[in-house]
Design a protein around this ligand. Structure first.
Ligand SMILES: [Zn+2]
Length: 305
């Protein structure tokens, strides 16, 4: 039996909101079994917003949640960090609508969680195991899930930019692989979009300290952390957005040119397609249907191109 997890002790940090540019206090607090991941706005009477697709709010540049008009925004990097460490239950206190952007990656959150320590709770964890493929596409953007014995993500991107014509990566997501190969990858934006964002009152906290900025032919930052840091960050976003299904998933996620809007639409679709998954207490206690596995092998390489 795998036990549910929380953090051992409370921990705090201060950062700025990417869009507001305001200073934000973030505190992670332990929570009991079956509590789930919930945001709590300390500036609004401790109103709670659970991190599930049922509370999805407007999705444009980042993923937002809301409950009774109370919102939290830019949740995906923190959620990805929590999921990768296997934290099922936690209270995330914020005194502002935005989760602080930190350095634009999930690495500072992984550090914070490790500092707080991981605590095993005496209640079994439930995994969501996909037994039949689910897919949606919008134009040339595609996203699909296939049965797998572990959590794996294949992501590919292609943009009209010399550095980003094509990047693709497949990774089995474990605590270690995520921390080393995905968490440090920073969010990125195009210089030509920055001015438009600012005119709309967005990205006011954005800088080369918390985002990779792409000019016409290269990056404005001194150096990349990985040659393919861009696709690694998309993989990070997908892991964070998929966390909104509310359970750790045992699945192969394949996405091509997707983004927060498609990730989160897909997370909601997964919960609707109840015939396509079951809840299990161990990643390996349900046999994968042979027909579904064969379909995954046929479709995955095509999606990854
Ligand atoms: Zn991101």
């Amino acid at each position: 039996m795998d036990a549910q997890r929380s953090i051992r002790r409370q921990i705090s940090c201060v950062g700025i909101g990417l869009h507001s540019g305001n200073k934000v206090n973030l505190t992670l607090k332990p929570a009991p079994a079956d509590y789930g991941i919930r945001f709590r706005r300390t500036d609004l009477g401790d109103h709670e917003v659970p991190a599930t697709v049922h509370h999805l709010a407007g999705i444009q540049l980042a993923t937002g949640l809301a409950s009774n008009e109370v919102s939290v925004e830019t949740v995906e990097h923190l959620l990805a960090a929590l999921v990768s460490v296997g934290i099922d239950n936690i209270i995330i206190e914020l005194n502002s609508p935005e989760v602080p952007i930190m350095d634009g990656s999930a690495a500072p959150f992984i550090y914070l969680i490790h500092e707080a320590g991981v605590k095993q709770l005496q209640v079994p964890r439930k995994y969501q195991k996909i037994v039949r493929p689910i897919a949606i596409s919008r134009g040339d953007k595609r996203i699909a899930l296939f049965p797998s014995d572990h959590f794996k993500v294949t992501y590919s991107i292609s943009y009209d930019h010399p550095l980003l014509r094509h990047q693709s990566r497949t990774l089995r997501i474990t605590e270690e692989s995520f921390a080393e190969e995905v968490a440090p990858a920073r969010t990125f934006t195009f210089l030509k979009d920055v001015e438009m964002l600012r005119q709309n009152g967005l990205a006011l906290g954005g800088s080369l300290e918390n985002a990779i900025v792409l000019g016409e032919t290269g990056v404005l930052n001194n150096a990349l952390r990985f040659d393919d840091e861009f696709v690694r960050h998309k993989l990070l976003d997908a892991v964070g957005d998929l966390a909104l299904v509310g359970f750790p998933v045992i699945v192969h996620l394949v996405a091509h040119r997707a983004g927060h809007a498609l990730h989160t639409e897909f997370a909601a679709r997964i919960l609707e397609e109840t015939h396509a998954w079951r809840l299990v207490q161990s990643p390996i206690d349900t046999a994968v249907l042979p027909a579904a596995a064969a379909a995954a092998n046929r479709i995955a390489p095509r999606l990854a191109n």
